[in-house]
Design a protein around this ligand. Structure first.
Ligand SMILES: NC(=O)c1ccc[n+]([C@@H]2O[C@H](COP(=O)([O-])OP(=O)(O)OC[C@H]3O[C@@H](n4cnc5c(N)ncnc54)[C@H](OP(=O)(O)O)[C@@H]3O)[C@@H](O)[C@H]2O)c1
Length: 225
């Protein structure tokens, strides 16, 4: 399966692309500008200089979405709708992973406060914009870009995954668990993204207070799958 990371030139998207490329997946970095995506590919090639990165390419968001089977959205919340509008047709019938979080810092406030979008969460907003034939899954909200980019180390964090399509959720969880250290937890239906996205704001506050970039989350006491 080919993965497109839309807005993959930014902190979170680049980290996700990096980890999936390391796992041997076919990855396309998407950008509003193909040239910027190609530069991001070069950045990862320089970082992983000892690795064959023939499974990594860079394209416009539209072309990346067209070519991929799984799309991952990693743009600031204010860019969510404009970006989705450009890939709406290409996303039909596919799995769409939403990693966006509505943080107050996007609207002039602090990064450790959440703001509520009308649909209840960013992931539900994505589902509303894309329409019923796209399988929207919420993931990656609680893993920091710093942890993703620290590519020689395992990530000490669970990934809470919510979504209404069980099969799509399972596919996404299996994919994410290819990242060393990450354990996926089925958080339930997509509406649980309302809680999961808020945890991001909490983690950012903790990272600021404890002066780190790697604060994460582990759920304990659940039986193995
Ligand atoms: N950073 C983290 O640690 C982290 C952790 C969890 C969740 N998240 C969430 O992941 C998302 C991305 O975070 P980030 O830190 O990677 O963001 P970012 O670096 O600020 O932006 C990511 C990419 O989005 C595109 N973009 C930026 N402004 C845009 C606009 N006005 N219109 C259209 N596209 C625009 C840009 O790509 P092009 O210019 O190439 O098109 C940019 O490289 C956010 O919703 C964030 O809350 C981030």
């Amino acid at each position: 399966m080919t993965i497109a990371v839309l807005g993959g030139t930014g902190d979170q998207g680049l980290g996700i692309a990096l980890r999936f490329v390391q796992a041997g997946e076919e990855v396309i970095i998407g950008s509003r500008k193909a040239e910027k995506a190609e530069n991001a590919v070069e950045e990862l090639k320089n970082l992983l200089e000892d690795q064959d990165l023939s499974n990594l390419s860079g394209l416009s968001n539209e072309d990346a979405a067209e070519k991929a089977d799984i799309l991952i959205l990693t743009v600031p919340i204010l860019a969510q709708k404009p970006t989705l509008d450009t890939v709406k047709e290409a996303a039909k019938g596919k799995i769409f992973v939403d990693a966006t979080v509505p943080l107050q810092s996007n609207i002039g406030g602090t990064p450790f406060s959440y703001f509520t979008v009308w649909e209840g969460s960013a992931a539900e907003r994505t589902a509303a914009i894309l329409g019923g034939d796209v399988k929207v899954v919420s993931a990656f909200n609680n893993i920091s870009s710093s942890s993703l980019m620290r590519h020689k180390e395992a990530i000490d964090c669970d990934c809470l995954v919510s979504g209404d399509d069980k099969e799509a959720k399972t596919t996404v969880m299996e994919l994410i668990e290819k990242i060393p250290g990450v354990k996926c937890v089925d958080a339930g239906p997509l509406e649980q993204a309302r809680t999961v996205e808020r945890i991001t704001a909490l983690l950012i506050g903790l990272n600021i207070r404890y002066k780190t970039h790697y604060g994460g989350l582990r759920i304990t006491g659940l039986p193995d799958k």
